[in-house]
Design a protein around this ligand. Structure first.
Ligand SMILES: Cc1cc2nc3c(=O)[nH]c(=O)nc-3n(C[C@H](O)[C@H](O)[C@H](O)COP(=O)(O)O)c2cc1C
Length: 399
C-alpha cells in the first residue's frame, strides 16, 4: 500500500496510552501520521511522546496555526482518520457534527474513511445514547472497531475495552483498501451454537460462542454491506447496525435462514448447528431414576441446512460453510474439509480446528479456506475480526 497521510485522533480515556502503539505501528508501516489530540487526551498521555513517536507536531489547540487554516487543512489532507480511543463524549460529538475543538473540525473537513475504536465502561457503551450515536456513525459509513470484552480500567471487566492497536491498524488500513467494497450487498450471517432441549431446563448444545460469526457480521458491516445476523445463543454482543434475529434450536435457525437467504448476496453459515436433536422433548424436568444407573436418550437427525440451502440457491449467491474439526494433522483437516464441501455443495468452506482450548471461545482463530473444487484458496491467522476480513476478501476475490 502507498504511504498514506493518516490522522490519529486521540480522546481522553485511559486507553490513550495504547494510542501511542497505534501511531507507532502506522509510522513503522511507512505512513505520515498526524496526531490530533483533545485537551483531555493530553491529561492521559504526554505531548512529547506523541510528537516523538509520530514524528510530526501534535495538533490540539484550534487557534494555533491559524495562518495556515490548520483546523481545516489537516482534515482535507487526510487519506484516513483513526480515532483511538474514542470516548463516549467524542463519539457523541462526531455523531452530532460538533466542531468545538481541533478533532471535531478535522473530522468535518475530511472526506477520508474514518475508523473509530471506542473505549469506555460497559454501562457507558450500552447506554442508549451511545448506542444511538454509534448507529448514526455506522449509517454514515464510519467504521467501528471493537470494543472488546475484557479487563477494564478498574478491577471490573466487560464489553468496552479498546481493541488491540494491531487490530485497529489492520482494520483502518483495510478500510482504506476496501472502502465500501460491499456497499449495496446484502450479507446473511449465522453465528453461535444451537441448543436442542431435552426438557424445560436442559439442552444438548455446543461450545460455540458466536465470536467468529459476529466478527464476520462486523467486517461486512464495516465494508458497507447491509447485514442480517441470525444469532443462536450468542455469548458476545451483536454489532450495532445489524438486523438481529435470535434463534435457539437448529429447526428455528433453519426457518430463519430459509426466509432470509432469499435476498442475500452472500450467506456465511458460521453457527455450529446440532446434527441431532432429542427425539422427544419432555414437558417437565426429567427426574433422576432410582431403578437404573443409566439414562438412554434417543436422538433424531436434524435437517442439513447448508446442503439444502446450497442446492436451492440463486445463481449469483455465494454460500460459505464452516467446518469445525478436532483433527490436529493439517492434511487430514484438509481432506475432511474437501469431503464436507463435496457433500454440502456450498461455494467455500472455512475449516477451523477446534478443541478443548482452541477455536470456540478464543478471540483468535486459524482457518483454511477451500473452494467447491476442494482447492485451498487461502488461510488466515489472527484476531477473529482480521480472519473475518480475510474470508470476505477471499470469497469476493474468487468470484
Ligand atoms: C481516569 C479517567 C478515565 C476515563 N476513561 C474514559 C474512558 O475510557 N472512556 C470514556 O468515554 N471516557 C472516559 N473518561 C471520561 C472522559 O475523560 C470525559 O468524558 C471527557 O470529557 C472526554 O473528553 P474528550 O472526548 O474530548 O477527550 C475518563 C475520565 C477519567 C477521569
Amino acid at each position: 500500500m502507498a504511504a498514506l497521510n493518516v490522522v490519529v485522533g486521540i480522546s481522553g480515556g485511559i486507553a490513550a496510552y495504547k494510542a501511542v502503539s497505534v501511531v507507532r505501528e502506522l509510522v513503522l508501516a511507512g505512513h505520515d501520521v498526524h496526531v490530533v489530540a483533545t485537551s483531555n487526551a493530553l491529561r492521559f498521555v504526554g505531548l512529547p511522546t506523541l510528537e516523538a513517536i509520530s514524528r510530526n507536531p501534535v495538533n490540539t489547540d484550534l487557534y494555533e496555526g491559524v495562518d495556515e487554516v490548520r483546523h481545516v487543512a489537516v482534515g482535507q489532507a487526510a487519506d484516513l482518520i483513526v480515532v483511538a480511543p474514542a470516548t463516549a463524549h467524542t463519539i457523541a460529538k462526531i455523531a452530532t457534527g460538533q466542531a468545538s475543538d481541533f478533532l471535531g473540525n478535522t473530522i468535518l473537513a475530511s472526506t477520508a474513511p474514518i475508523v473509530i475504536a471506542p473505549a469506555m465502561h460497559t454501562e457507558m457503551w450500552q447506554n442508549p445514547a451511545t448506542v444511538a450515536n454509534i448507529e448514526t456513525l455506522r449509517s454514515r459509513g464510519i467504521h467501528i472497531v471493537g470494543p472488546e470484552t475484557g479487563q477494564l480500567t478498574g478491577s471490573d471487566s466487560g464489553q468496552g475495552r479498546m481493541s488491540e492497536p494491531s487490530d485497529i491498524v489492520a482494520a483502518a488500513l483495510a478500510a482504506v483498501a476496501s472502502s465500501h467494497d460491499l456497499a449495496g450487498r446484502t450479507v446473511l450471517v449465522t453465528a453461535g451454537g444451537t441448543r436442542e432441549p431435552l426438557d424445560p431446563v436442559r439442552f444438548i448444545g455446543n461450545r460455540s460462542s458466536g465470536k467468529q460469526g459476529v466478527a464476520v457480521a462486523n467486517a461486512a458491516l464495516a465494508r458497507g454491506a447491509s447485514v442480517t445476523l441470525i444469532g443462536a445463543n450468542l455469548e458476545v454482543a451483536p454489532p450495532v447496525g445489524v438486523r438481529l434475529i435470535e434463534v435457539g434450536t437448529t429447526l428455528e435457525l433453519q426457518t430463519a435462514v430459509e426466509a432470509e437467504a432469499v435476498t442475500a448476496d452472500l450467506v456465511v453459515m458460521a453457527a455450529a448447528v446440532a446434527d441431532y436433536r432429542p427425539a422427544e422433548t419432555a414437558q417437565s424436568k426429567i427426574k433422576k431414576r432410582s431403578d437404573s444407573r443409566t439414562l438412554e436418550l434417543r436422538l433424531e437427525e436434524n435437517p442439513d441446512i447448508l446442503r439444502t440451502l446450497s442446492s436451492h440457491r440463486s445463481r449469483d449467491q455465494i454460500i460459505v460453510g464452516f467446518a469445525a474439526e478436532t483433527e490436529t494433522d493439517d492434511s487430514v483437516l484438509l481432506q475432511l474439509g474437501q469431503a464436507k464441501i463435496s457433500r454440502k455443495g456450498c461455494d467455500f468452506l472455512v475449516i477451523n480446528r477446534v478443541g478443548w482450548t482452541e477455536g470456540f471461545a478464543s478471540d483468535r482463530n486459524t482457518v483454511i479456506v477451500i473452494n467447491k473444487l476442494g482447492d485451498r484458496v487461502g488461510e488466515a491467522n489472527g484476531s477473529k475480526l482480521s480472519v473475518a476480513h480475510r474470508i470476505l476478501d477471499l470469497v469476493f476475490a474468487a468470484r
